[in-house]
Every structure is written in structure tokens, then in C-alpha cells.
Design a binder for this molecule. Structure first.
Ligand code: SF4
Ligand code: SF4
Length: 376
């Protein structure tokens, strides 16, 4: 192992964590869309590497025993899996709260009825923009926007809870007021205005996507105005890009504290971007029980809690609020996953954020669309 990789931590029984609250099942990396900000890794898994149905069902059984309460069926596009309905039924039968995170381009009336009958609780539909041409260009999928609108109306009519997710960046951030209006018109209980998070394909396309400070400030104003106007009727969640933050977000509620992620091939991670980190031998549900991975595996223990922290986090009052920020971002921007997240103004590396934000002032380069085997 090279000298600059973090040391492995010895795992003791005293370090045993609380059970995880939620689990993201990345059933597949296949997706009809090709969003240039996709949070999936650049090296996408092929269909032949995906876990089979029985293995996912076993993962759900183990998760319920471990204490998981919510499962999020995601991808890629989870509806690309033919066994989504039986998997939802299996999860619902275990008493788990089930959420489908989908592009919705495959979500027609029969598919929704089958999922609803299987016990699905909640649907989250991602939108690329509010206007058809812009949305279809970002997803590189003609006709996608119209299908999403139709699917959102079907979900509302079915009575299932609906969240709309708008991923914003320099090509659509000016239309945040129209995004809020679309959420209202579709009767969503919640919308998320989520700036791109710069991991995976988003990091690869950062120069094409990062908005300017002025664009972000206008969007923030629109969100605050929307929240005031729609208070009590629609919740508006808002995520800003870390590049303009002075405090980092409490990524995943802390490494290995609240959440786990299972990749299409069965690797278990503390977050969906963690496979970008070098020096980890990620455990797999193909060989190891989920409880063993959560409670006793070294990768989950490595950045759990506060003992691993360097200064300035080690002596900071916020260390059990944001847990030192995001390990994947620390690695992406400093080459060392064990450093304070550069999004924090107290980080010795904070200047790299401002430097990167200057990209937003230059004309955007073309998108590198997400696809398996893309020429990176
Ligand atoms: S971000 Fe776009 S490409 Fe990635 S999984 Fe979602 S819809 Fe598909
Ligand atoms: S110094 Fe560390 S713990 Fe304190 S705010 Fe910054 S990232 Fe969070």
C-alpha cells in the first residue's frame, strides 16, 4: 500500500454502531437516460454482474433483521430490472418502508398498478428541467420529459406519496421558479431542488455544470420565496453545491452511522460514491452477512465517529454535527480521504473550492454523457 493511503483501523466490539436507518439498493446501473451529472461511478457495472433476484431478497431479509427501516430502490433505473415488483413485495412483506427512485420513463399505468399492489409506499421522480427540449438534451433521451409528466400525474392519481427531484446546474438553474410551479401544478407533497453533487459523472462534467455564485444566489432567493408562499402545502428541500459553502454537509449522517448502500454487484458501501476511494477492499453480500459488514468490517469503521479526525475537526464543536464532511470529496479534491472536507472554511484546503468555482465563469465545455464504456 502506498504511504499516502489511510491506515486500516482495528475494529473492536466497543465500536459497534447503532443499526442503520436506511439502505439504498442500486439494483442496476442500466438506465435509458445519460445524465452528465449521474452519481453512479464512471466504471458502470454491466447487467451480467448484477445480483440475482434471490440474492436481493436475501439482502432485504438481512437488512430487516439488522434493523433497517427504509429501503430505497434505485439505480441506474431500477425499473430496468424485471424483478422490481417481487422485490418491492418482499420488502413490504418484511414491514420495510419502500421508496422507488426513478427517472419514470418506464413508469406507465400497468407498471405503477403492479408496484402499488406490491406495497410500494413512495415514488421519487427525477426531472432534468421544466422545458421539454432542455430536459431531453440533458438526459440525452428524446420524449423523456413528456413521459415523466405523465408518470407524475399517474402517481398522484394512485394516491401514493410523490416527491419530485430537480437536479440543478448552470443549464437550468435560472428556471427554479418554474420548477417550483411545476411541483405545485403536479400536486407533489415535496420537491427537492438539488444542485449537482460533484462526484462520479458530475465531477467529470464539473466545468460544464457548476453555476456561478450569482446564479446560485438567484436560485436560493427563489427557493426561499417558494417556501414562504407554499408553507403548509408543499415542502421544498434545497441542496447547494459545496463549492459555495462555508460549512460541509453531514454527508450520509456520518460515515457508517445511518446508511448503507449496496451496489448492483453486491458490494456494500457507506455511500454511493465510496468506490472512488482507493485503498479499500469493499465487502460483498456474496460472501459476507450484512450485519457482519455493518458491525465489524474495517471499511465501515475507518471513518466512523470522530477518532480518525485530523485538526481542525478533532477539536471543533461541529464534529458530531457534520462528521468532518464528505470523505469522497476530500479525496477528489485533495487526494487524501482522511482530510477535512475542503467545503469547510476552516479546512487548510478550502481555497481549492474557490479555484474550481472559477470554472463557472468560462464558457461550458460539451457534456460527457454517462454511458457504459464511454470514452472518458
Ligand atoms: S441521474 Fe440520469 S443517468 Fe443517472 S440513473 Fe438517474 S436518470 Fe439515469
Ligand atoms: S472543522 Fe471539521 S467538524 Fe468543524 S465545521 Fe469544519 S469540517 Fe465540520
Amino acid at each position: 500500500m502506498p504511504d499516502d493511503l489511510p491506515a486500516r483501523r482495528e475494529v473492536t466490539d466497543a465500536m459497534r454502531p447503532e443499526p442503520p436507518l436506511g439502505m439504498l439498493l442500486e439494483l442496476t446501473h442500466r438506465c435509458p437516460l445519460q445524465c452528465p451529472y449521474c452519481s453512479n461511478p464512471l466504471a458502470l457495472e454491466r447487467a451480467s454482474d448484477e445480483l440475482p433476484t434471490e440474492a436481493w431478497q436475501d439482502v432485504l431479509d438481512q437488512a430487516a433483521r439488522l434493523g433497517v427501516l427504509q429501503v430505497h430502490f434505485s439505480g441506474g433505473e431500477p425499473m430496468a430490472r424485471r424483478d422490481l415488483v417481487p422485490l418491492v413485495r418482499h420488502a413490504a412483506g418484511l414491514g420495510l418502508y419502500t421508496n422507488l427512485i426513478t427517472s419514470a420513463v418506464l413508469l406507465d399505468a400497468p407498471a405503477l398498478a403492479a408496484l402499488s399492489d406490491a406495497g410500494l409506499d413512495h415514488v421519487q421522480i427525477s426531472f432534468q428541467d421544466v422545458d421539454e427540449a432542455g430536459a431531453d438534451r440533458i438526459g440525452n433521451y428524446a420524449g423523456g420529459h413528456a413521459k415523466k409528466l405523465a408518470a407524475a400525474r399517474l402517481v398522484r392519481e394512485s394516491g401514493l406519496a410523490l416527491t419530485l427531484n430537480f437536479v440543478v446546474h448552470r443549464h437550468n438553474i435560472a428556471r427554479v421558479p418554474q420548477m417550483i410551479a411545476l411541483g405545485e401544478a403536479l400536486g407533489a407533497g415535496r420537491i427537492e431542488i438539488a444542485n449537482v453533487q460533484y462526484y462520479g459523472w458530475g465531477l467529470r462534467n464539473r466545468a460544464a455544470l457548476l453555476p456561478t455564485r450569482a446564479e446560485l444566489d438567484a436560485a436560493t432567493e427563489a427557493v426561499f420565496a417558494g417556501r414562504e408562499r407554499l408553507a403548509g402545502r408543499m415542502v421544498i428541500d434545497y441542496v447547494i453545491p459545496d463549492y459555495y459553502a462555508i460549512e460541509p454537509k453531514g454527508c450520509m449522517g456520518g460515515w457508517g452511522r445511518r446508511f448503507l448502500n449496496v451496489s448492483p454487484a453486491g458490494r456494500v458501501l457507506p455511500c454511493h460514491a465510496a468506490e472512488t476511494l482507493p485503498g479499500f477492499d469493499w465487502p460483498s453480500v456474496r460472501t459476507t452477512q450484512l450485519a457482519e459488514i455493518w458491525n465489524r468490517s474495517e471499511p465501515f469503521a475507518r471513518y466512523r465517529g470522530t477518532a480518525w479526525m485530523p485538526e481542525p475537526c478533532r477539536s471543533c464543536d461541529r464534529r458530531e454535527i457534520d462528521w468532518g464532511g464528505c470523505r469522497c470529496q476530500a479525496f477528489a479534491l485533495t487526494g487524501d480521504a482522511g482530510r477535512t472536507d475542503p467545503a469547510c472554511a476552516l479546512s487548510p484546503d478550502h481555497a481549492v473550492m474557490a479555484e474550481a468555482a472559477r470554472e463557472a465563469e468560462a464558457p461550458p465545455p460539451p457534456f460527457v454523457y454517462r454511458r457504459i464504456g464511454s470514452n472518458l
